[in-house]
Write a protein that binds this ligand. Structure first.
Ligand code: IMP
Length: 388
């Protein structure tokens, strides 16, 4: 008998590919959405009835009425950010928020100390352009085996020593209060929960944060985040075995962006890059920082498709490039230099414009697979399925 499998959605570039909107779009097919890595460094933006909702920790399924949302063991959770996010959703009218969240007892908890460490490191010559959410220091503690396990702190089994160091001292009361509120949520062994739900035939999708090129192993180290953002991270971040992974949806923008430091081969440090930033509203959803913008990068896209085992390819923000007279695609690295292929621009009615179809066909020929969906705006209905 064939086993019911979990699907995965990952970003194929440096994050900010618009994964939130795509999970939300795909969500009507799923009972459960599970995050497997990262923390409040992520910013997933969803528009529901023209209302903008930005999620940092809670999976994007929360805006659908019945979907269950799991924060998996591979995550690092900031209790203050989580409680604020729950309140923001309740204030926005989202129903039954608390009862639709399940937190892994093996996720790690971010302490004010982690944020302080992040800021210290960023002020030194080891800066990577971190979001300052304490992500790196929390994962460091996890691997040093001195981290704060959610199951233990929320059950009161372990207590944290008081600190007189500022700014830890001034934020510790709100942290303790958030821990107290968090302990009223559903905390459990989510790997058993997810495998059992798969056995019952429930449809589950794992939602990646950041992008493949920020993966701690496969990204442009050291300018990476501290977790496994690629589809392999699902197995260790949710406790689901490799033979239970089904489809892998890979999301990429029609161009590239990157926030923070690190290599960006196709970056445009000119007015074209600025135009893309302005039209694509390319400012960080978490930090508000302007994103670096550049042309689509085929070698990196091919690499990401390979590492993630992408089965379904989704191109987003195609509309941002509409109206440009000409544009380029970065291809074939040679002696460290990219070769740029010129493409003719397309009009706003992109699906009726041959130039847009040529752009899609060029990508398909280069990466050796079809682009299954194209998204052309922030709303749920602004997406077209090209191939099943
Ligand atoms: P950290 O994850 O905050 O430690 O940041 C490490 C690097 O990953 C920095 O370059 C960040 O800008 C980048 N980064 C972290 N989270 C995101 C995200 O959600 N989108 C895009 N870049 C991110």
């Amino acid at each position: 008998m064939s086993q019911n499998k979990m699907d995965v959605l990952v970003g194929l570039q440096w994050g900010d590919e618009g994964k939130g909107k795509i999970v939300d779009f795909l969500c009507s097919d799923y009972d459960i959405v599970a995050r497997y890595q990262g923390g409040a460094n992520a910013g997933h933006t969803i528009y529901v009835d023209n209302k903008k909702i930005v999620l940092h920790l809670i999976p994007s399924g929360i805006v659908r009425e019945k979907t269950i949302n799991v924060l998996g063991s591979g995550m690092v959770i900031d209790p203050i950010a989580l409680i604020e996010e729950i309140k923001m959703l309740e204030d926005a009218g989202v129903k039954n928020v608390k009862s639709r969240i399940i937190i892994s007892d093996k996720a790690h908890i971010i302490h004010p100390y982690h944020k302080l460490e992040d800021a210290k490191r960023e002020s030194e010559n080891t800066a990577v352009g971190s979001t300052l959410k304490g992500i790196g220091p929390a994962y460091t503690d996890k691997y040093k085996r001195v981290g704060i396990l959610s199951g233990k702190i929320l059950s009161g089994e372990i207590k944290i020593e008081e600190s007189n160091e500022e700014p830890i001292k001034s934020s510790i009361e709100s942290w303790k209060d958030a821990i107290k509120q968090m302990s009223n949520l559903r905390i459990e062994n989510t790997e058993v929960f997810l495998n059992n739900e798969l056995d019952k035939g429930k449809k589950i999708i794992a939602e990646g944060a950041q992008g493949a090129l920020l993966d701690i192993s496969f990204g442009s180290y050291p300018y990476v985040t501290s977790s496994h953002t690629t589809s392999g991270g699902v197995c260790v971040g949710l406790g689901v075995a490799p033979n239970r992974i089904g489809k892998v949806f890979g999301v990429f923008k029609a161009y590239c962006t990157r926030v923070g430091l690190g290599p960006f081969p196709t970056e445009l440090n000119n007015e074209v890059g600025e135009e893309i930033r302005r039209k694509g509203k390319e400012y960080g959803a978490t930090t508000g920082r302007p994103r670096r913008c550049g042309w689509l990068d085929i070698p990196n896209l091919k690499y990401s498709i390979m590492i993630n085992g992408v089965t379904d390819l989704i191109m987003v923000k195609a509309d941002v490039l509409s109206g440009m007279e000409s544009l380029y695609i970065g291809k074939d690295e040679k002696d460290g230099k990219y070769n740029y292929v010129p493409m003719n621009g397309w009009k706003n009615t992109l699906f009726e414009d041959d130039n847009f179809i040529k752009y899609v066909n060029f990508i398909e020929a280069e990466v050796g697979r079809k682009v299954n969906y194209v998204s052309f705006g922030p709303n749920r209905d602004e997406i077209v399925k090209l191939y099943i």
